[in-house]
Design a protein around this ligand. Sequence first.
Ligand code: F6R
Length: 236
Amino acid sequence: MRFITVKNYEEMSKKAAIIIAAEVLKKEDCVLGLATGSTPVGTYSRLAEMCDAGEIDFSKTRSVNLDEYVGLDVENDQSYRKFMNVNFFNKINIDINNTNVPNGCAEDLNKECERYDALIESMGGVDIQLLGIGVDGHIGFNEPDSEFVMGTHHVTLDESTIQANARFFDSENDVPRSALTMGMKAIMNAKQILMIANGKGKKDILMKALYGPVTPEVPASILQLHPNVTVIYSEE
Ligand code: F6R
């Protein structure tokens, strides 16, 4: 594992963007595993700038997102599909048909989970997976549990996740109580993992995940078993 400490959010975003851009340059039809939340916004902006400047071309790139709230569709400003369109996909030359987010409004959520896993497999798996980390150690929405869940699944969100994400909604009551998330199999099968984290509030959980025991109670600790992980952390 490579652990890179940087001085601020800008530097974290720039370095993360360079690592992702290198992957796109090496393999134009690579599969990007993407995350939402406040941490990757700067990374997406830097990548969009590189695309604007003609430095990278996303026209053949494919993507799969980690997760989506159950019950929120693309029209909803808080859905992760909308987040990705606004913060990234609409700013780069990716073919929107090559971008994938689980459908949190599917009639049969279990079938949707199976479809998503089959899709990732048919794409040959993820080349580089971008991850943030939740205050409870979640990656995607793999919440602390008694076991690591392998496949894409329907998950009840932890109280701490609901509270942390309430900042994006009018009130805590509006935060969906469940989500669909990619499971550990697709994440761990990614050829490369890039985790970004910023702020003092993430430091304890990050250290616990990366240097503590590997346990499903700290879902991100599974990354210790992956052979190609880069973590970029900014305390500011
Ligand atoms: C979202 C996701 C989550 C976030 C995590 C941190 O797609 O995968 O695991 O990365 O909740 O969120 P922020 O970046 O908002 O602190």
